[in-house]
Write a protein that binds this ligand. Structure first.
Ligand SMILES: Cc1cc2nc3c(=O)[nH]c(=O)nc-3n(C[C@H](O)[C@H](O)[C@H](O)COP(=O)(O)O)c2cc1C
Length: 328
């Protein structure tokens, strides 16, 4: 078949796959693979590479893949291409998360503008500055999620803020041992490609009186040399990303919304980490959503703020492991 003017050459396909694999993923498992041709990009869920023993594993894999789909849209816009996305296009193959067709339509300038932040974004588990985000910035992040069909519910009322904090703490207490052990095995002191290096964990949160900060210590209970301890900002902005539905398509939408708002945040100097532990337990997840001002199903709990430290990039699996190029 003759290639059209907007076909992707080898270099462009590599650029798109590299952007896709820069997406955040649950415990950096990178539970995905990408197939590219000059005319399209396919994203497959690879649950085997995650195999995280939590009830939320299937959801977390789709969220991660959704974030990768968003990066593909951004990379295509940077390449001057349009994109037509079909989510779960093949009922016979539920692991095919999305097919992104490259089109000759004008690229979306809003997506193109986000491209520089694809490589810059980091999950930041270090203390933030003790400074609330301005309303204008919060509105922008809310809008980013809304454009992907999700709601960023800011926990700005004191009772709701405290209620979610309590659920975060409770979740840490009820977590089962195999889950904790699996996480420990995913923390590395080197640069193992599908792990979280100790240098990305942030310091051990130092309790300020009775209040444990709402920062997730992924290495809780592990004695890792050289991590240090630090006091965290006393009251970070917390928000819950929610979707109207709660099926695989909704999780993929949530992943796209997550990545859109994280890239916007990065561009505005705002960092994020996650406190998802109550969403990994079905009962506690139910509790997160059962509030008066309830928009939908909770998908991510975010801690947002202005960073003090820029963490290093977390390693990625070699591109050849996750990307296959197919000539049409
Ligand atoms: C669905 C999902 C759930 C996550 N949950 C947590 C979490 O609860 N705590 C946390 O610190 N990071 C969490 N992360 C962040 C990942 O650990 C992070 O994306 C990964 O280690 C890669 O690092 P990077 O985001 O800096 O590229 C989550 C990411 C995704 C996509």
């Amino acid at each position: 078949m003759p290639h059209t003017a907007h076909a992707l050459d080898t270099q462009a396909q590599t650029m798109v796959a590299t952007a896709a694999s820069s997406a955040p993923s649950v415990l950096n498992a990178q539970p995905w693979s990408f197939v590219t041709t000059p005319a399209l990009v396919e994203v497959y869920a690879e649950p085997g590479s995650a195999s995280i023993p939590t009830p939320s594993a299937a959801r977390d894999v789709r969220l991660s893949c959704g974030a990768a789909v968003f990066n593909i849209r951004v990379a295509l816009a940077r390449l001057g291409r349009g994109a037509r996305v079909s989510v779960l296009p093949d009922p016979e193959n539920p692991l095919l998360v999305a097919r992104v067709e490259v089109t000759g339509d004008a690229p979306d300038p809003d997506l193109d503008a986000l491209y520089p932040w694809v490589a810059d974004r980091r999950t930041n588990r270090f203390p933030f500055r003790d400074r609330a985000l301005p309303a204008g910035v919060l509105a922008l992040l809310h809008d980013a999620a809304a454009r992907e069909g999700a709601t960023l519910r800011l926990l700005d009322g004191e009772p709701e803020y405290q209620r979610i904090l309590t659920l975060i703490r409770k979740a840490t207490l009820v977590e089962e041992e195999p889950v904790r052990e699996d996480r420990a095995a995913r923390i590395s002191d080197g640069a193992a490609p599908a792990s979280i290096p100790v240098g990305n964990l942030g310091p051990v949160p130092r309790a300020a009186g009775p209040d444990v900060p709402p920062v997730r210590d992924l290495a809780e209970g592990l004695d890792l040399p050289g991590r240090g301890a630090a006091a965290f900002e006393p009251r970070p902005d917390l928000a819950v990303l929610e979707t109207p539905g709660d099926d695989p398509a909704a999780w993929i939408a949530a992943g796209q919304a997550l990545q859109r708002l994280l890239l916007e945040a990065t561009g505005h100097g705002v960092a994020a980490s996650f406190a998802n532990q109550p969403l990994e337990d079905p009962d506690l997840r139910e509790d997160v959503s059962s509030s008066a001002a309830h928009y939908g199903h909770p998908q991510m709990v975010l801690r947002l703020g202005y960073p003090r430290v820029r963490p290093p990039a977390t390693p990625r699996r070699p591109l050849a492991e996750v990307h296959r190029r197919v000539e049409e």
